[in-house]
Design a binder for this molecule. Structure first.
Ligand code: DGP
Length: 114
């Protein structure tokens, strides 16, 4: 079964894309938690951060560079932003296709609410 994000990448489901290259896409989150809320998603469907291998290290570095470039393009780089990876149940992961959340555009408050 393809993941939800594989279906978005394939164009089977709609999304607002702001970046696409041979390794990574980025599109706006359907339920934005901040004025800028973008998901940076590898084309390769790695389920969780736990599944990353040594071979994926360049891909993860590329994802972070894309996040920083998109932050600049979104105009949030200087004020600052947050990049999040949720992993598994306690991390609140909903979609089991690795992704970065890029959040910004307002003060984001404490890192974790307890
Ligand atoms: P996570 O909890 O880290 O797995 O985050 C999954 C995010 O994916 C969540 O913030 C909502 C977003 N999302 C879920 N379904 C869709 C969708 O169909 N389109 C878009 N653009 N985002 C989605």
């Amino acid at each position: 079964m393809p993941t939800l994000f594989e279906r978005i990448i394939a164009g089977e489901l709609p999304a607002t894309f702001i970046h696409r290259d041979d390794q990574v896409v980025a599109f706006r989150d359907i339920h934005p938690r901040a004025p800028t809320h973008v998901l940076i998603v590898p084309v390769k469907p790695i389920p969780t951060l736990n599944d990353v291998t040594a071979a994926d290290v360049p891909l993860l570095g590329h994802m972070l560079r894309v996040a920083a470039e998109l932050a600049r393009r979104e105009g949030i780089a200087d004020d600052g932003y947050r990049v999040i990876v949720n992993c598994n149940r306690h991390g609140g992961q909903e979609v089991y296709h690795l992704h970065l959340h890029l959040l910004g555009g307002k003060p984001l408050g404490p890192m974790v609410s307890v």
